[in-house]
Design a protein around this ligand. Structure first.
Ligand code: SAM
Length: 273
């Protein structure tokens, strides 16, 4: 098996559905990766018609992931549970965390089999990192997983990361209850890190329809709905904001001047008291 998806039939014979776009592979397209098939590129091409900036949006999301993980490591967090982690790309969670704290432990959880194949090869760089194939909606299975428990000590603070994932869960799947189940399992001083598609424009609403129709999943939420994931926690400055405005590394436009793409996703970090 090569490191790319050049040979779709080989992947199909291994049980990967190459007839429908997958979230992980479509995200890989917008990150300009090589682990995707024609059906994933066709999906992104449809989204580009509604949100021409979608490639930039993926990069805003990766950049806040880097800033957020660095911030969490600087707060003293040494354990990261990265739920819906995606395919390996540049500056993955363990690399950013270890640039601040070489002793950081990271567990990546994703339900896409391709993430496991590529992730095992690229992410398991040492005994402090693991890749687990599990559905994050099955919170008990994730929290009881042997690799999760080998690397995460649930008596010490944990960063629960749900970056770019909760908008793939529908209301009847109780995303808020799922977030709560992970937060109930971690002690005071733990943090929640969320980024989320936001219903912030007409174009965002159109993109939501395309996600639902073509990918089978998509629920873009309002800033208030996204903020509600942090209920009961201490929301850290600057709160839940469009991604480029969250603790930026350099100058950014004021909120009113942000483009549709810059407002397409919101994110924030909060601390469990
Ligand atoms: C858009 S990617 C985000 C990747 C990474 N967190 C980031 O923000 O750069 C969402 C990932 O969540 C995974 N995913 C979707 N539903 C999931 C589920 N129910 N359980 C675990 N992973 C899931 C997808 O396979 C995909 O890799």
């Amino acid at each position: 098996m090569t490191g790319t998806t050049e040979n779709p039939q080989e992947w199909a014979s291994r049980g990967v559905d190459i007839t429908k776009p997958s979230i992980a592979r479509a995200y890989d397209v917008v990150l300009r990766g090589k682990d995707n098939f024609a059906v994933d590129r066709a999906f992104v091409s449809e989204i580009t018609k509604v949100i021409p900036e979608i490639y930039d949006v993926a990069s805003y999301n990766r950049r806040i992931l880097g800033r957020g993980v660095r911030f969490l490591a600087e707060q003293g967090i040494r354990q990261f549970l990265d739920l819906g982690s995606g395919l390996p790309t540049v500056q993955n969670t363990h690399q950013v965390a270890r640039s601040v704290a070489p002793d950081a432990n990271v567990v990546y959880v994703d339900n896409d089999p391709i993430v496991l194949v590529h992730g095992r090869a690229l992410l398991e760089e040492n005994e402090r990192t693991a890749v687990v194939t599990s559905d994050l909606r099955d919170t008990r299975a994730v929290l009881d997983d042997p690799d999760v428990n080998r690397l995460i000590d649930f008596t010490r603070p944990v960063a629960v990361m749900m970056v770019g994932i909760l908008h793939h869960l529908h209301d009847d799947e109780d995303p808020q209850g799922i977030v709560k189940a992970y937060l109930d399992a971690v002690p005071s001083g733990s943090h929640l890190f969320v980024t989320h598609f936001c219903a912030s424009s007409e174009e965002a609403r159109d993109a939501e329809k395309q996600y639902l129709a073509l990918l089978g999943t998509g629920r873009f939420r309002t800033p208030e709905e996204i903020t509600a994931y942090f209920d009961g926690l201490e929301l850290l400055e600057p709160g839940v904001v469009p991604l480029p405005l969250w603790r930026p590394d350099g100058p950014v436009p004021v909120e009113d001047d942000l483009s549709i793409g810059q407002r397409l996703m919101y994110g924030g970090i909060a601390r469990k008291p």
